[in-house]
Design a protein around this ligand. Structure first.
Ligand SMILES: Nc1nc2c(ncn2[C@@H]2O[C@H](COP(=O)(O)OP(=O)(O)O)[C@@H](O)[C@H]2O)c(=O)[nH]1
Ligand SMILES: Nc1ncnc2c1ncn2[C@@H]1O[C@H](COP(=O)(O)OP(=O)(O)O)[C@@H](O)[C@H]1O
Length: 195
């Protein structure tokens, strides 16, 4: 990757499903004016979700086409649905927008770190098991999906040790404030280094 892109940062929000990664990430992104790089997903949008806002919702055929072309820098299959990020989207957004953020499960966070090294800052978002389960149930997530996700809870929590930062998420405003402060330090340091 060229030197200009090297200096920009890729913030990856990760952690257990239901911990609040999307909610927190979108709020931090809006607070700091950082652009989101969206994943492509073959699942159907849920009520309230929009194409181009939550995911690029695409058909399995188009997903397969991108996959065969080698577009996905990382890709997973979960509950019969495919999710992936195109490397070209990350690089284009870094060029156009400066630093960017993504929301990924722990495997995706690890693969991005392997690929982009020091440019990737992993932000681990967590809450206790009971809270995470209750939030998903309240949000109307299908009970089979909640069960599947809770089976992965301990494995996901163990990934905290590998992340650059970890933030508990109980009081949303507090979480967003803490993370925004942390990221501002990175962004300012990069500006100074560039002078
Ligand atoms: N590795 C990877 N994980 C992803 C990607 N897009 C979404 N995910 C994660 O895949 C899991 C399943 O997503 P989904 O059931 O749709 O839940 P959502 O988080 O409510 O969208 C979640 O943990 C997502 O964060 C991706 O491109 N790569
Ligand atoms: N701090 C919080 N307090 C209460 N509810 C929260 C908090 N953060 C997120 N939520 C809610 O929890 C649910 C899961 O959050 P979401 O951002 O979708 O999690 P994830 O992306 O980690 O799966 C959503 O209904 C969201 O509104």
């Amino acid at each position: 990757m060229n030197e200009q892109l090297d200096r920009k940062l890729i913030f990856v929000f990760t952690g257990p499903d239901g911990s609040g990664r999307k909610t927190v990430a979108d709020s931090v992104g809006a607070t700091l004016g950082i652009a989101k790089v969206l994943s492509y997903a073959t699942r159907k949008p849920r009520p309230g979700e929009a194409n181009g806002q939550d995911y690029h919702f695409i058909s399995p055929e188009l997903y397969e086409q991108f996959d065969r072309a080698g577009d996905f820098i990382e890709s997973i299959c979960m509950n019969g649905n495919h999710y992936g990020v195109r490397g070209m989207d990350i690089e284009q957004s870094l060029l156009q927008n400066g630093s960017v953020f993504l929301i990924l499960n722990t495997e995706g966070a690890e693969l991005l770190k392997e690929q982009y090294g020091d440019q990737v800052i992993r932000l681990f978002i967590y809450a206790d098991r009971r809270t995470v389960q209750d939030r998903q149930q309240e949000a109307g997530v299908d009970s089979d999906i909640v069960r599947f996700r809770m089976d992965q809870y301990e494995t996901a929590v163990a990934y905290q040790a590998r992340c650059e930062h970890a933030f508990e998420n109980y009081d949303l405003a507090h979480t967003v404030f803490d993370i925004s402060n942390t990221l501002e330090h990175y962004l300012q340091r990069n500006l100074v280094e560039r002078d």
